[in-house]
Design a protein around this ligand. Structure first.
Ligand code: NIG
Ligand code: FE
Length: 407
C-alpha cells in the first residue's frame, strides 16, 4: 500500500506553471500532500481507490482555481512611522527635494525606525504582512535598510524573521545597509561603505540573519564602485547579492549585479539591452516594481521586450515601503505590471510565483509539482487571468502553507 496522504485537495482547476510556457492547467485536479510536500498532482480520476481512502483529511472544492501560493520577493515592510504626511505635503505643492532638505524622505523613516523598539517594529509590520497574506502570499522577502547602523539593521532583520515565525509563513531576509547615507556619515560615503563591509555585514551574518545582500546603486544612493565593495564583502562570506538597479538613471547597475551572478536586478527602468543580455547569460532575474513606478509617476518603462527577447525571467513584487510604494497587495502589483508595463496575465502570475522564487534562489516552490513544497493558494475564480484582472477584491478562498522541519 502506498504511503497515505496527510491531506487531499479535490475538485480543483490547477494552474501548475509546471512548464516554461502556458498555465499548465489540469482540470478536475487533485493534490495530495504528505510531510509538507506535494506527492500527487494530476487528474482526480487517476487516483486509485487506495490512494483516496488513505487520505487523513480530504477537502472538496467546486472547480476553484489552485495556483502556487504567491511569493513577494522584494519588500521593505519593517519600518517605523510612515510618510503619509509627506505624501500630503507633496500633493499640496512641496517638492521631494524640499521635503528631504527639511529632514524628511528616507531619513525620516531612518529616524523613526531607530527610535522604535523591536516590539514596536513587529507590531507595525505584522498587519502589513497579513495584508499580503490575504492575497495568498506565503513567502516574503524583507529588507533592512532603515537602520543604517549595526544595532538597528540587526533589529530590523530579527523583526523580519519574527514576522515569519508569528504568521507561519516563509520570510527571507536581505541586508540593505547600503540603502542611504546615514546623517552621521554625511559627506563620507566611502567611510560608511567601509563600515557596512567591516562591521554591519559581518555582524548580521554571524547572527545568522542574512539570506542575501542588496544595495541602492543610484545618483542619490551609492556608486557602482561602492556597490562593488559591498558585493565583494558579501561574496567573501558566500552570500548571494541583488541590487536596486537603474531605477532613476542608467549607472550600469543591472550589468554589475549580473557580473556577480546576482539573484536579481530590481526596478531596472533605465537598463539597456546589453545589460539585459548580460543578465540572461548569468541567470539574473528581473524584478519589476510597478508600485514604485506608479507612485513616483515615472515615465521610463523597464525594457520588457528586451527581457522577453533574451528570455530573462521576470518577477513582479510590491516593493512595499513607506516612501515610494505603500502597496500592500501583490495582486494589485500584478495588475499594475499588466496595465503599466504591458505584461500578460500569465507573465504576471509567473512573476509572483515561479520567477519570484528564482529571484530568491528558492527551487522548492513557485510551481505545483510533485516534490515541491505544499504552498498552495485556492481562489474563488476559475480563470488564471482573473488574478491580475480584478482590482481590490478578496479572491482568496483558502491557502495551504507547508510547515517543514527545516523552516
Ligand atoms: O525600493 N529605491 C530605493 N529604496 C526604496 C524606497 C525607499 C524609501 O523612499 O523609503 C525603493 O523604492
Ligand atoms: Fe525597494
Amino acid at each position: 500500500m502506498s504511503a497515505p496522504f496527510d491531506r487531499l485537495l479535490c475538485g480543483l482547476r490547477a494552474a501548475t506553471l509546471a512548464d516554461d510556457a502556458g498555465y499548465g492547467l489540469i482540470e478536475d485536479a487533485a493534490i495530495g500532500i504528505r510531510d509538507g510536500r506535494i506527492v500527487y498532482i494530476g487528474p482526480q480520476a487517476n487516483l486509485t481507490a487506495e490512494q483516496r481512502q488513505s487520505a487523513r483529511e480530504i477537502e472538496l472544492f467546486d472547480s476553484a482555481l489552485a495556483t502556487p501560493a504567491l511569493i513577494d520577493c522584494h519588500t521593505h515592510l519593517v519600518f517605523g512611522g510612515n510618510r503619509a504626511r509627506e505624501f500630503e505635503m507633496r500633493l499640496n505643492g512641496a517638492s521631494y527635494t524640499e521635503i528631504a532638505q527639511a529632514g524628511g524622505g528616507i531619513l525620516s523613516t531612518v529616524r523613526a525606525t531607530r527610535e522604535a523598539s523591536e516590539e514596536q517594529l513587529l507590531t507595525a509590520a505584522l498587519p502589513r504582512a497579513r495584508a499580503l497574506m490575504r492575497d495568498g502570499v506565503a513567502t516574503i522577502e524583507i529588507k533592512s535598510g532603515y537602520g543604517l547602523d549595526a544595532d538597528t539593521e540587526l533589529r530590523m532583520l530579527r523583526v523580519a524573521r519574527r514576522v515569519g515565525e508569528v504568521l507561519g509563513i516563509s520570510v527571507r531576509t536581505t541586508l540593505l545597509a547600503a540603502h542611504a547615507l546615514p546623517p552621521e556619515y554625511a559627506g563620507r560615503a566611502d567611510d560608511y561603505i567601509e563600515h557596512v563591509c567591516r562591521e554591519i555585514l559581518p555582524a548580521a551574518h554571524s547572527a545568522g540573519l542574512v539570506d542575501a545582500v542588496d544595495a541602492f546603486c543610484e545618483g542619490i544612493g551609492f556608486s557602482p564602485e561602492q556597490t562593488r565593495r559591498v558585493f565583494d564583502a558579501a561574496s567573501a562570506l558566500g552570500l548571494p547579492v541583488k541590487l536596486h538597479a537603474d531605477q532613476l538613471s542608467n549607472l550600469g547597475g543591472a550589468a554589475l549585479v549580473a557580473d556577480y551572478g546576482g539573484l536579481s536586478a530590481d526596478h531596472i527602468e533605465y537598463t539597456d539591452e546589453a545589460a539585459v543580455a548580460r543578465m540572461a547569460e548569468r541567470g539574473t532575474v528581473a524584478v519589476l516594481l510597478p508600485g514604485a513606478f506608479l507612485c513616483l509617476r515615472e515615465t521610463q518603462l523597464p525594457p520588457i521586450d528586451a527581457l522577453r527577447h533574451h528570455r530573462v525571467p521576470m518577477a513582479v513584487s510590491t516593493d512595499l515601503n513607506p516612501g515610494t510604494s505603500p502597496l500592500m497587495s501583490l495582486r494589485l502589483a500584478m495588475n499594475l505590471a499588466c496595465t503599466l508595463f504591458r505584461l500578460t496575465p500569465e507573465e504576471a502570475l509567473r512573476g509572483a510565483t515561479v520567477n519570484a522564487a528564482k529571484a530568491l534562489g528558492l527551487a522548492d516552490r513557485g510551481r505545483l509539482a510533485e516534490g515541491m513544497r505544499a504552498d498552495i493558494a485556492v481562489w474563488g475564480v476559475t480563470e488564471p487571468a482573473e488574478l491580475s484582472y480584478w482590482m481590490g477584491a478578496e479572491l482568496l478562498q483558502a491557502v495551504q502553507v507547508a510547515r517543514l522541519r527545516a523552516d
